[in-house]
Design a protein around this ligand. Structure first.
Ligand SMILES: Cc1cc2nc3c(=O)[nH]c(=O)nc-3n(C[C@H](O)[C@H](O)[C@H](O)COP(=O)(O)OP(=O)(O)OC[C@H]3O[C@@H](n4cnc5c(N)ncnc54)[C@H](O)[C@@H]3O)c2cc1C
Ligand SMILES: *[C@@H]1O[C@H](CO)[C@@H](O)[C@H](O)[C@H]1NC(C)=O
Ligand SMILES: *[C@@H]1O[C@H](CO)[C@@H](O)[C@H](O)[C@H]1NC(C)=O
Ligand SMILES: *[C@@H]1O[C@H](CO)[C@@H](O)[C@H](O)[C@H]1NC(C)=O
Ligand SMILES: *[C@@H]1O[C@H](CO)[C@@H](O)[C@H](O)[C@H]1NC(C)=O
Ligand SMILES: *[C@@H]1O[C@H](CO)[C@@H](O)[C@H](O)[C@H]1NC(C)=O
Ligand SMILES: *[C@@H]1O[C@H](CO)[C@@H](O)[C@H](O)[C@H]1NC(C)=O
Ligand SMILES: *[C@@H]1O[C@H](CO)[C@@H](O)[C@H](O)[C@H]1NC(C)=O
Length: 580
């Protein structure tokens, strides 16, 4: 008789775990109903936590989820929730958010001083809510040079992948790019893998098989709800410091505002392991340090900011990996695809591709996509000429095109590194404003050489046998380069001069692949444990700490870093406090 209760209990447990597993791995995008997520307007005027994380982005979310296991954590995000917004969750809407220039958009456009139009995130989940989804790990050398514990790195990638990474459905056009890369000598073919290996491979994606996006915000499912408070529309204006009688400044709280403009304070509880952690992204993190008094003294004084630490390195080392692409019209229909295949070359360049209307179209009525002028991509004019008027004109010109003009795809290259660096400057004391940023694309000749090598490899892919059914034999490479470099929009032929040399082609057609980083670099602004040099209880953990962009595309490593540092901090805390 006792058998039945036990049986039912086991069955119930089984069903429950199946349900939980199903929910966890569900291919549908769903509102997770996070009980710990609130609007900042509901927050008390003053509250206390063990950790205060500024920026609920690609690194901030996995970090907060991890730390919440054993501590009280406040995660402050200046944007709103990604859930229920089809512009974020649907692959087919790629570019919709990027072309939405309203102040409530999850994407905030910025134009670098170089003239390249770009975007930074303003939403829980950060850049993982806007990006093209490609998911690929950093190489072993990168991990070794960073001084990371390789085993914990592996475990942290896996923790991320369980929730957000998928194998893409490879169709004809992407397969032709893959085979063309192999034919062009980018060998071996490594199949589908997240690993960074020389040769050609199919990488992962954060879009599931139904085209639903899974973002860093989904990693908050791992959080312990009682340990976490997430506040939305909560821009942080300042980190607060204590320093008694010439001792090192110590972070002890932050000031943030809510949507009604009311000011709130959050402080660290007493405790030696408690910290403020800045995860505000490549632009946001150096910006917030400067607004809080850590940065080059002339800049701080120019904005009447009380100097906490004169640190000339904050905002230096800003880099963006240049992206250049060639449009290849196709005589036959192609699938809609974002990046799936990558060629990892020995020449310091990565070859990727996007096809179908999505590169520029998504339904003709919308014209969204990775290479659409609507999102600011305009390779047909040199960067400095890409004014809003020029962009508007390109959008109009595109509307006049026949459907057939959109059949085809872009093969792109992104160079590693890059070597060239620039700088960031404050424009105001408002965290909602963009700082001014200069990337100095191709300033270093090594970057230019890598671009030229990449274009040559792209030419070989286009001319490969494998790719033959997706190109017009009547269109020479020169014509294709002319089209990409000088037509009214990224895909119309027009005879001009930009193809006179590949060097000039690289400079004139440079776009961004949005992998910008730096600003709070390791060994300059933070030490190898991501602690801000010269300050106590303050770290920066996100893409602003990178000197080079990791892997072929950074998001896997940014998410991994959030988890990785969360585990490290939890272990440190445990070692100091001992078991309770
Ligand atoms: C359009 C696009 C396409 C991309 N494509 C790919 C791709 O296919 N594959 C890939 O691997 N990578 C891609 N990337 C790059 C990748 O998404 C980014 O490198 C990564 O998301 C950066 O993460 P982060 O944590 O450093 O910053 P973010 O994710 O930007 O996080 C910073 C967060 O901090 C918040 N914040 C900033 N300041 C404050 C403040 N003062 N107070 C409160 N909150 C603040 C911001 O709102 C933001 O949510 C792409 C990026 C973009 C934009
Ligand atoms: C989605 O994007 C479109 C086009 O950019 C914009 O008009 C619309 O307001 C956006 N919707 C949401 C929910 O953000
Ligand atoms: C990490 O994982 C990769 C494969 O994904 C493997 O090649 C490597 O040996 C692993 N490293 C460690 C230290 O576990
Ligand atoms: C700085 O303070 C001075 C004196 O109060 C004022 O004149 C100036 O406008 C301020 N500058 C900024 C950028 O706020
Ligand atoms: C790329 O590097 C390989 C090996 O170093 C070299 O043989 C090849 O010529 C280079 N390709 C280009 C286009 O520069
Ligand atoms: C490409 O542009 C150059 C420079 O204007 C021009 O001389 C050449 O005829 C064009 N070639 C093709 C094939 O369009
Ligand atoms: C076009 O390129 C040729 C060399 O190929 C050069 O002599 C000429 O000056 C260029 N014209 C312009 C307008 O750049
Ligand atoms: C949490 O802290 C307790 C007590 O310090 C410790 O025993 C436990 O191992 C910690 N858990 C994690 C996941 O670190």
């Amino acid at each position: 008789m006792a058998f039945f209760p036990v049986f039912w209990r086991i069955l119930a447990a089984l069903i429950t775990s199946l349900l939980i597993f199903h929910r966890f791995s569900s291919a549908q995008s769903w509102d997770p109903g996070y009980t710990f997520m609130h609007q900042a307007t509901t927050a008390p005027t003053v509250a206390f936590y063990d950790y205060i994380i500024v920026g609920g982005g690609t690194a901030g979310c996995p970090l907060a989820a991890t730390l919440s296991q054993n501590s009280s954590v406040l995660l402050l995000e200046r944007g709103g929730s990604p859930y229920g917004n089809a512009n974020i969750t649907d692959l087919a809407a790629f570019g919709a958010a990027l072309s939405d220039l309203s102040p409530t958009s999850p994407s905030q456009r910025f134009v670098s001083e170089d003239g390249v139009v770009s975007a930074r995130a303003r939403v829980l989940g950060g850049g993982s809510c806007l990006n093209a989804g490609f998911y690929s790990r950093a190489g072993h050398d990168y991990v070794r040079l960073a001084g990371w514990d390789a085993r914990l790195v592996n475990e942290s990638y896996q923790w991320v992948e369980k929730v957000v990474a998928f194998q893409p459905p490879l169709k004809q056009w992407q397969s032709a790019v893959r085979d063309g890369l192999v034919e062009a000598g980018i060998r071996p073919y490594n199949g589908f893998t997240y690993d960074h290996l020389y040769g050609t491979k199919v990488g992962g994606t954060i879009f599931d098989r139904n085209g639903h996006r899974h973002t860093a915000a989904d990693l908050l499912r791992y959080a312990k709800p009682s340990g976490l408070t997430v506040l939305l529309h909560a821009p942080v204006h300042q980190i607060l410091f204590t320093s008694r009688g010439g001792t090192r400044p110590k972070a002890h709280g932050v000031i943030f505002t809510d949507a009604n403009g009311l000011s709130h304070r959050a402080y660290l509880k007493r405790g030696s392991n408690n910290e403020v952690i800045v995860s505000s992204g490549a632009l946001g993190s150096p910006q917030l340090l400067m607004m809080s008094g850590i940065g080059p003294i002339e800049q701080l004084q120019a904005h009447n900011i009380t100097v906490v630490l004169d640190q000339p390195m904050v905002g230096l080392g800003m880099s963006d990996n240049p992206m250049n692409a060639v449009f290849v019209p196709s005589p036959q229909p192609v699938e809609v695809s974002l990046i799936q295949v990558v060629g990892i070359t020995h020449n310091g360049t990565y070859i990727e591709a996007a096809s179908g209307e999505n590169f520029a179209g998504g339904a003709r009525t919308q014209d969204y996509g990775m290479f659409s002028p609507r999102i600011g991509q305009l390779s047909t004019l040199p960067p400095k000429q890409r004014t809003q008027e020029a962009i508007d004109k390109a959008v109009e010109d595109m509307k006049a095109l026949p459907q057939s003009a959109f059949v085809g795809g872009f093969i792109l290259e992104k160079i590693m590194g890059p070597v060239s660096t620039g700088h960031l400057e404050l424009t105001s004391r408002n965290p909602n404003d963009n700082p001014s940023v200069t990337f100095n694309y191709f300033k270093d000749p090594r970057d230019l050489q890598r671009c030229v090598d990449g274009i040559k490899i792209i030419e070989n892919v286009i001319e490969s046998k494998a790719f033959s059914s997706f190109r017009f034999d009547s269109l020479s490479i020169v014509t294709l380069l002319n089209m990409t470099a000088s037509s009214p929009i990224n895909l119309l032929p027009k005879h001009a001069n930009a193809s006179r040399s590949l060097e000039q082609f690289c400079k004139d057609t440079v776009m961004t692949i949005w992998h910008f980083h730096g600003g709070c670099q390791i060994a300059r602004v933070v030490d190898r444990d991501y602690k801000v040099i010269g300050i106590d209880s303050l770290r920066v953990i996100d893409g602003s700490t990178f000197r080079n962009s990791p892997g072929t595309n950074p998001q896997a490593t940014v998410m991994m870093l959030g988890r990785y540092m969360g585990v490290k901090l939890m272990r440190e805390r445990h070692a100091t406090n001992g078991p309770k």
